[in-house]
Write a protein that binds this ligand. Structure first.
Ligand code: FES
Length: 153
């Protein structure tokens, strides 16, 4: 190999290395762009406090979690979703008629979460509530339970 061929070979190698590097960096940038930096979905299992934090009778509404916590002397704890099954508005519970009312389009849910009248297409969800080792109540929004489910504490 003479000097001229060596010179061509060297520049060819450098050019190929630069091309491979550019393609690699571009692919890495695309993959990084497609991966979210932060997951905005809150955890689906969370603690809500000790049983003593909840009174009997009217449910406690937890704003951040969008749930109602019911405590009944005979039946125990139950947790209902406050998210309307129509378009996701937050429902309110009225002790007067013991129904959930959606302020957006007027759906009404009975005390067991079933639809009294629409446009909501289905009943409110009820979530599993358990007692953790530290004594706090733990709600798992991934575990939908029947409205008759209760945690006796
Ligand atoms: S979002 Fe509740 S009735 Fe439409």
């Amino acid at each position: 190999m003479n000097r001229r061929e060596l010179f061509k070979f060297s520049w060819g190698t450098v050019g190929l290395a630069a091309l491979i590097s550019a393609v690699g960096i571009s692919l890495a940038a695309v993959v990084r762009f497609l991966m979210p930096s932060v997951f905005y979905e809150p955890p689906q299992t969370f603690k809500i406090g000790t049983p003593a934090d909840f009174s009997f009778g009217a449910p406690t509404f937890l704003v951040d979690e969008k749930i109602f916590v019911f405590r009944d002397r005979d039946k125990g704890f139950a947790v209902a979703s406050a998210v309307c099954t129509h378009l996701g508005c937050t429902v309110a519970y009225f002790q007067r008629d013991q129904n959930f009312h959606c302020p957006c389009h007027g759906s009404v849910f009975a005390a067991d979460g079933s639809v009294e009248h629409g446009p909501a297409p289905r009943a409110l969800d009820w979530f599993e509530v358990t007692q953790a080792r530290d004594g706090q109540l733990s709600v798992d929004k991934d575990k939908v339970v029947p409205p008759t489910y209760r945690l006796m504490v």
